[in-house]
Each structure stands twice: as C-alpha cells, then as structure tokens.
Design a protein around this ligand. Sequence first.
Ligand code: NDP
Length: 328
Amino acid sequence: MATFKAWVIDRVADGQRLAFRDFDEADLMDGDVTVRITHSTLNYKDGLALTGRAPIVRRFPMIPGIDFAGIVETSQHPDYAPGQPVLLTGWGVGETHLGAYAEKARVPGDWLVPLPEGLSPEHAMAIGTAGFTAMLALMALEHHGLRPEAGPAVVTGASGGVGSIAVALLARAGWHVVAATGRPGEAAYLRGLGAAEILDRTELSGSAKPLAKERWAAGIDAVGSTTLANLLAMTRADGAIAACGLAQGMDLPASVAPSILRGVSLLGINSVTTPIAKRRAAWARLARDLDAGPLAAMTTRVGLAEVGNLAEAILAGEIRGRVVVEMA
Ligand code: NDP
C-alpha cells in the first residue's frame, strides 16, 4: 500500500478533527494527472478550512490546501507529461476535491496551469492564490479603463497576502499606492513593497456616509464590510474598486450614491473558477511583473508539518505577506 503524508480533516460528532497523518494513495479522487507536490501556501481560506470557522470543506475526509505547485508524476491528459512543472489554484481543491497540504494530488488536467517561464515552483506558491487574485483585481481595474494617471489606488488588508502583492503590482504598474493597514509597525515593509502612503485602517472601518471626499481613483479591497463601503464613498468619479475579500466581514452596508452620482463601479473578483485562458494570462504577467525583491521580502517558509498550526494566526490577521509551505 502506497501512502504519503498529508493534513486530513475528518468529520466528527461535534464538528471536524484535523490530523497530520499517512494518507493512502488509493483514496485519492478521480483525475487524469497525478502531481508530486513540492510547494503550497497558506491563504485566509485555508485558515477557515483548517479551523472549521466557515463551511469551506464540503467533503470528508478532506485534505485542505487550496493551491499547489509541483511536478507531474503520471498523466493521461494530452497537455501534460511526467516531469513537467505545474501549478494549480482554486477549482474547489481543498474544499470539494482533495487538496494541497500533502505530498501528492490527483486532479483533472484541465485545472492545471503549466509553470510559466521564469517562475520556480517556490516562487509560484509565494504568489499563490493571493497573488493570482491580486493580479485578477489589477487586470479588472485596467479592463475598466483605469490607468495611474487617473489618481491614487488604495489597497486594504495591505500587510496580508492579497494586499502585499496588490501593493507591489500596483506600484510596479506606476500607481501611487495608498496602503491601508491596521499594523502601523509594517509601514516600512509596505513602503519597501512600493506604497507611497500609509493609511490607518480605522479611518475606513466606521460606518460609511453615502458620499465622502474623493481620495482615490481605484482600489483593491481584501476586507469587505464598512471598509468597502467607505472605499466606494471615497472613490473619484468614474473610478472603481475591485472587491475580492471579507477579512472584516461579508456584509456591505453601502449606498448607491457613489454609483449613481459619481459613476463609481464595484468590480467583483472570483479566483476559483477563472477560465483557463485568463489564468494563463494572469500567471504570465505575474512571472513578468512581480519582481523577485519584493516577493522575497514578503515571503516566509514553513514545512508541511507546521502549516496546520498557523490557521488561527492568519484568521487573526497576524501573518505578514505570504507563507510558502515546503513539502520536502
Ligand atoms: P490575509 O489574512 O493574509 O490578509 C487579510 C488582511 O486583512 C490582514 O492581514 C489584515 O491586514 C486585514 N484585516 C484582517 N482583519 C481585518 C478586520 N477585521 N478589519 C480590517 N482589516 C482586517 O488573507 P489573504 O490575503 O489570503 O486574503 C484576504 C481576503 O481575500 C480574504 O477574505 C480571502 O478570503 C479573500 N480572497 C478571495 C479570493 C477570491 O477569489 N475572491 C482569493 C483569495 C483571497 P492589515 O493588518 O494590513 O490591516
């Protein structure tokens, strides 16, 4: 019997139980590509799944972990051959399909992205779902017609995973970046990533007026709730906010005033089911535009055996930047 090491969530009478244990390869789910995982990451959603704080896991037993990079071991898919480096984010991996906190995964090849030229598996997971989402948000703002000449861009949850990469990507693209954070001690870190201004997030977290003084033309929001409502109320005419997260809350106590009086748009970002052509385009641009220096500055590394213990920390907003999980 072939086994590999994995974090496994089982259902128990009073909820779920998490264990780091051997997993039988024969119990992997259907898929035409088997991947030897070399790296994964820790995302906010992983924290929710590992703790059971939100109903992320929809099948038991579940191997959590929503993204991975690795090497194809066996393949019946025409696009993939043994030895090829690949990455995967989303598609319900770690939620409905056995996931990434393991030495092995079997998945439909249509979910994979070939590792782009210039990216190592480790770099790909330093970016991970968080960085991919930040890139989708930047692409959405650009698709809306927004350019740095329009005015500043605000990023919320700036010290977190999505936020850190959003700051770096926006700055690299020429934007004047306003980084909103609850951690004033991370100001130097955020300026190092390219932030031009630091904003105390409490300025954005109170209840929002329908309209407020115009402060930015664009934004990437990882936080939701009253923060997103304030961002919209403070956005310049014809600007837009790309909303991807709910670290503060899932509610949106906003008014239609910014939309109907200033033409402000709310752009929704969903990284889970992004079509494959857009995935490849986003990853190619991440490989090209995310400089190694900022990425290294925001990345810490942990072994597979440690990741299960970091769930509470990411939910508490205590993790800075990105965490890469190393399998070996
Ligand atoms: P992180 O925990 O790394 O970052 C979240 C950041 O939000 C924290 O670091 C903190 O930043 C800020 N924050 C935390 N709690 C609060 C609060 N109560 N009020 C205001 N700000 C808060 O998570 P990720 O970057 O991995 O994910 C960010 C969000 O994006 C999550 O909600 C996640 O689910 C979502 N997401 C959505 C995706 C999609 O496809 N739509 C894909 C990926 C992520 P600081 O200390 O700097 O203020």
